[in-house]
Design a protein around this ligand. Structure first.
Ligand code: 4AD
Ligand code: MG
Length: 504
């Protein structure tokens, strides 16, 4: 379908050709007292539909016209009569496949459905205009990401999903455990707990286990937890492992060896945030640059965001027009503004002063504003939507609210961190210059009450050939929210995971 209708001429140059097209019927109706059917067919490759005419006798028209029916058809492409507004049409003489849909039970009829409703039909929602457009925009942004970093000489490094390090130190990690059968479990427990005596069996009135207790244990001992029970995840990895919250610490090892690198993969956070900006599983783009400081970090992040906005304007304009029509009138202008306007840059201290001024002027925030607080989403949005009306980079945050790895500034109160805040979303990027001084980082780890041992490898990067370096993380779904104007992050990832939802 794309090769026919998604061309600047709407397919006019192809008129007169025989073509084959497959897709799903968006709308269909029988016309001319049942002598032919008129279908709008879409294959998800672009927002536009192909107009298809099928004469009675070529196929069963009443099946073809149902929304959701899959068709593969062949015929002649025809331009409609001159002077009419109609688009190019495919006059079908051969139907190669029909995948019928029962309209009585199909959950995705042609009426406009709410995104919330569609979340309960995750497996069918890619059939809708919105979700397929979001999928194309997401694909384009992933391509733009690789294109940007590859053009600038960055090496793509695959960092692990399973890890023992909590990069952000926020204790929001999902634990990795192994799934084992009941029988295996019994064998393993046997190793840790000696077989019971006759009296024990009697006491437990246990009959099923008797045979098993006489069996020789097959498996190596597990590592007992304090309470004597076995932790099966620990048993597998030799220590407790988790799903990663960020690839940063690992990608730093490559930055401190091959200079400019990035990782781009899924990350996991067990935050109980039921908000429209948080997911339990989201994708993060994390570049890391050696021989670079906080200024370089901000410059790189700003250039990258601008590049993505320009990319969408160049490559996804038709999908962006759909977003403008359905969700956010201003989204195209916003992309233009962001790609051409320098971002505002203010220190955290200046940001707090601006917010305090706003409070004095009568603005009410739910969370009290004072130096030292972690800015809440309402503060971030006020700065970027009401004060500056463009992206704002806030830097030099109080050390108390940031992670251990950020470089301590000379004032000993703030760290060289930066967040990029954008309209509609708030925090899009979090980054920092990393603490490269061995003594300082060691002290910071101790100060924050973290154990040194798990970070020994990280300290080695400072012990041997240390280098000034920096990096940031961009929340990929938040970038999609920002670009499209869609309100809820659950609608811009194919299979959203959030508290209470991990199916499919
Ligand atoms: O600010 P964060 O926590 O920074 C880091 O993880 C650093 N290790 C990144 C780095 O320096 N390499 O997360 C980075 C970004 C946030 O700005 C936000 O856009 C996104 O990740 N993010 C989330 N997106 C969706 N759901 C969540 N629960 C998110 N948590 C963070
Ligand atoms: Mg952050």
């Amino acid at each position: 379908v794309r090769s026919i209708v998604c061309r600047p001429d709407g397919g006019a140059a192809l008129a007169g050709n025989r073509v084959r097209a497959g897709g799903w019927v968006k709308t269909g109706r029988e016309q001319g007292k049942g002598s032919f059917a008129f279908l709008e067919v879409n294959d998800g490759s672009c927002p536009a539909n192909l107009q298809v005419i099928v004469d009675a006798g070529v196929a069963d028209l009443s099946t073809l016209v149902q929304t959701g029916t899959c068709v593969l058809v062949e015929g002649l492409l025809k331009m409609p009569p001159e002077g009419t507004k109609q688009k190019i049409e495919l006059r079908v003489d051969k139907v190669l496949h029909v995948g019928p849909t029962d309209p009585a039970s199909y959950p995705i009829p042609k009426t406009k459905l709410s995104l919330e409703f569609l979340r309960d039909h995750i497996h069918l929602r890619p059939r809708t205009n919105t979700i397929s457009a979001v999928a194309r925009i997401r694909n384009a942004l992933a391509f733009a990401t690789h294109s940007f970093f590859q053009e600038h000489g960055f090496l793509y490094v695959h960092t692990p999903i399973i890890t023992t390090s909590d990069c952000e130190g926020a204790g929001e990690m999902f634990q990795a455990t192994t799934l084992i059968s009941e029988a295996e479990k019994l064998d393993k427990e046997l190793i840790m707990n000696p077989p019971p005596t006759e009296a024990d069996i009697e006491a437990a009135k246990c009959t099923v286990g008797e045979k098993r207790w006489r069996k020789e244990p097959k498996l190596k001992p597990g590592i007992p937890k304090k309470d004597g029970k076995i932790d099966y995840g620990q048993d597998f990895f030799g220590r407790q492992a988790f799903l990663t919250v960020s690839g940063q610490l690992q990608v730093e090892t490559y930055a401190c060896a091959v200079s400019s690198v990035y990782t781009f993969g899924p990350t996991f956070r067990a935050e109980h945030s039921h908000t429209s900006r948080h997911l339990a599983e989201f994708w993060m783009v994390e570049p890391e640059i050696a021989f670079a400081d906080l200024q370089d970090d901000m410059n790189c992040a700003e250039a990258y965001v601008k590049y993505m906005c320009q990319w969408l304007l160049n490559k996804c304009f038709d999908d962006m027009e759909l977003m403008a029509k359905l969700y956010d009138k201003g989204c195209i202008d916003r992309l233009r503004m962001v790609s051409s306007t320098p971002f505002e840059r203010i220190t955290y201290t200046e940001a707090v002063q601006l917010l305090e001024e706003a409070v004095r002027g009568g603005k009410e925030f739910e969370k009290n504003v004072e130096w030292g607080i972690d800015l809440a989403s309402e503060h971030e949005r006020y700065l970027t939507e009401d004060i500056f009306k463009k992206p704002v980079i806030v830097y030099n945050y109080p050390k108390g609210i940031k992670a251990f790895y950020m470089r301590l500034n000379d004032d000993s109160k703030t760290v060289a961190a930066m967040d990029i805040l954008v309209p509609k979303v708030g925090e899009l990027i979090g980054g920092s210059q990393r603490e490269e001084r061995y003594e300082v980082i060691q002290q910071r780890i101790a100060e924050m009450g973290l154990p040194l041992e798990p970070y020994e490898w990280y300290l080695d990067l400072r012990r041997y050939g240390t280098v000034k370096h920096c990096g940031f993380g961009l929340g990929f779904e938040r970038m999609i929210l920002f670009a499209t104007g869609i309100d809820n992050i659950r609608d811009v990832i194919p299979f959203p995971r959030y508290p209470g939802r991990a199916d499919l």
